[in-house]
Design a protein around this ligand. Sequence first.
Ligand SMILES: Cc1cc2nc3c(=O)[nH]c(=O)nc-3n(C[C@H](O)[C@H](O)[C@H](O)COP(=O)(O)OP(=O)(O)OC[C@H]3O[C@@H](n4cnc5c(N)ncnc54)[C@H](O)[C@@H]3O)c2cc1C
Length: 170
Amino acid sequence: MSEQRQTFDFIVVGSGAGGGVLASRLARNNKNLKVLLIEAGGDPRSNVYYQVPGFHALATERPELRWDYFVQHFTQPALASEDEKYEAGKGIFYPRASAIGGCTAHHAMITVYPDPSDWDHIANITNDVSWSSDTMSASHPLASTGGAGPSGQSYNVQHRPGSVFNPFAF
Ligand SMILES: Cc1cc2nc3c(=O)[nH]c(=O)nc-3n(C[C@H](O)[C@H](O)[C@H](O)COP(=O)(O)OP(=O)(O)OC[C@H]3O[C@@H](n4cnc5c(N)ncnc54)[C@H](O)[C@@H]3O)c2cc1C
């Protein structure tokens, strides 16, 4: 078999909420770019735990939909060992999705719109006005509805079935 070599302008590793969208935007915004998206997990579409949003809590721990990560949440081992998911020598069990779409494969269909100060902070530290709350409120589909938060902020929290990220729509 002859070895085939290809070159790419961008290689994105992981097709989750971050990588999937990034690869899609790169490829769609400039048709001349060659973009490779690498995903280590499988295609979850025929999995009933993926198909039914109400199963999200079960989906997170399905062996075929998860990577078994272990994390260190505490600097003091004694505190970590009190967690029911702690395993000696490994840490705290912290499964994350192994599937096309990453953790969007088992999210809870909740959208939380950030406070405007969060966007403005990002705009300030990046010196990029496209991150500003004004720009974001114009482009975010949830921004035109909703009300004030507990201390008068204008952020919005809404549940919109069907508006979730679809990694297969790109
Ligand atoms: C149980 C749960 C419920 C959640 N509910 C919500 C919600 O309701 N609303 C919300 O907005 N957010 C929710 N989140 C958070 C949201 O899903 C994550 O913040 C988001 O998916 C993170 O995106 P990411 O691209 O950084 O990582 P991920 O989505 O985790 O994607 C990482 C991808 O990389 C792949 N990968 C890993 N290692 C490799 C490798 N070596 N090579 C190739 N591919 C690799 C993985 O298989 C995976 O597909 C939830 C998260 C969890 C765990």
